[in-house]
Design a protein. Structure first.
Length: 175
């Protein structure tokens, strides 16, 4: 358990991606009042137009500008929503690692790094650094495109990768 807490602190300290891209620069401004998903009524996470456009399939129409939100409820079929519309998981190019129906769970969307690959590298090396794990599993580090590739529009190392590391850290400690 102490190892898991230490891993959590290490991952939280910084995103660790070394990219200095816009996805690491900050977050979308939060609205003053919570905006709720029109289907499940969970609080939405603000995302930029670029994020919603990057994740939704090309044939899916969305308005330029406006406010877009991500529904992170694991059981809800909604992916993104706005004041006047919502889109489902079927409208997306990728599966969301945090949704229950995801068959392929990406820990890093830009590098197509799966949870399983993260677990394998951690088991083999004990190293949970984002750049090390990606290079070891994929052979190279692709440029960050988290703004348009990650459903949250933020660096994968601060959400999906962190979740994969923490999920697998306990498994590593037991081996």
């Amino acid at each position: 358990m102490a190892q898991k807490r230490n891993a959590d602190k290490k991952v939280q300290k910084s995103c660790g991606c070394e990219c200095k891209s816009s996805c690491c620069a900050g977050q979308q401004a939060k609205p003053k009042t919570p905006v709720l998903c029109p289907v499940c009524a969970e609080k939405g996470h603000p995302v930029s137009y670029e994020t919603a456009r990057g994740i939704l399939k090309k044939n899916v129409k969305i308005g330029i500008g406006g406010n877009y939100f991500l529904c992170a409820n694991p059981v809800c079929e909604v992916s993104y929503f706005s004041k006047n519309a919502f889109w489902t998981l079927k409208d997306c190019k990728v599966e969301f690692d945090f949704k229950n129906k995801a068959e392929k769970r990406y820990a890093c969307y830009c590098n197509k790094l799966t949870y399983e690959e993260v677990a394998e590298v951690i088991r083999e090396t004990g190293n949970s650094s984002w750049s090390f794990v990606v290079k070891k599993a994929k052979g190279k580090l692709n440029p960050c495109r988290c703004l348009t590739e990650n459903p949250f529009g933020r660096c994968c190392s601060s959400n999906s990768f962190k979740k994969a590391v923490l999920q697998n850290w306990g498994n590593t400690a037991e081996d």
